[in-house]
Design a protein. Structure first.
Lengths: 112, 119
């Protein structure tokens, strides 16, 4: 069955520190991969996406993600976290025009 | 970028009444829209896939008669929660994929969500 796994439910980092959020997927073929961010009580905002090509994808707000086929991973990174980055982050995958499958989310807390 | 508008953003209704939530793609056409439900501290669970001009496809465990979905045009899909009960209280989010896109090479754009509270 298709699935997306985010192993970390909650992560706390200090402002200015680097960040990496993990995401692993299980699909029959390489799916299309996404990272979304959700602020409290809000909808989802797309941070970045990977369809093909360069495995290092740049997104908005200084985020990037690297696709590693051998590890079935699509981890999200940011070199220096800002307090405004505190939110919940969802990794997601889709096969073609199929439905999007979401991971369970990682809640990011940023401390001063 | 593509914008999906969801209305209302918050609604409180009495138990036993029905509530309609609208999802509109403002600057693109979408043959397919998706409805999700998000439980507290949980991920988004797909409820149904809405296709313009045809019946929605519901995920296993989702009551078709309770969650009525209509996709009357390429820019509008509605979710009606019928005979709402307190356990239906949740955050509902819609998404839409542009019609114009090369197959698969597009993300789904999300509405801002609707917080439904049934009292």
């Amino acid at each position: 069955a298709q699935s997306v796994t985010q192993p970390d439910i909650h992560i706390t980092v200090s402002e200015g520190a680097s960040l990496e959020l993990r995401c692993n997927y299980s699909y029959g073929a390489t799916p299309y991969l996404f990272w979304y961010v959700q602020s409290p009580g809000q909808g989802l905002q797309l941070l970045l996406k990977y369809f093909s090509g360069d495995t290092l994808v740049q997104g908005i707000k200084g985020f990037e993600a690297e696709f590693k086929r051998s590890q079935s991973s699509f981890n999200l990174r940011k070199p220096s976290v800002h307090w405004s980055d505190a939110a919940e982050y969802f990794c997601a995958a889709a096969g073609g025009y199929q439905k999007v499958t979401f991971g369970t989310g990682t809640k990011l807390q940023v401390i001063p | 970028g593509a914008v999906v508008s969801q209305h209302p953003s918050r609604v409180i209704c009495k138990s036993g009444t029905s509530v309609k939530i609208e999802c509109r793609s403002l600057d693109f056409q979408a043959t397919t829209m998706f409805w999700y439900r998000q439980f507290p501290k949980k991920s988004l669970m797909l409820m149904a896939t809405s296709n313009e001009g045809s019946k929605a496809t519901y995920e296993q465990g989702v009551e078709k008669d309770k969650f009525l979905i209509n996709h009357a045009s390429l820019t509008l899909s509605t979710l009606t929660v019928t005979s709402a009960h307190p356990e239906d209280s949740s955050f509902y989010i819609c998404s839409a994929r542009p019609l114009r896109a090369t197959q698969g090479e597009t993300e789904a754009f999300f509405g801002q969500g609707t917080r439904l509270t049934v009292v």
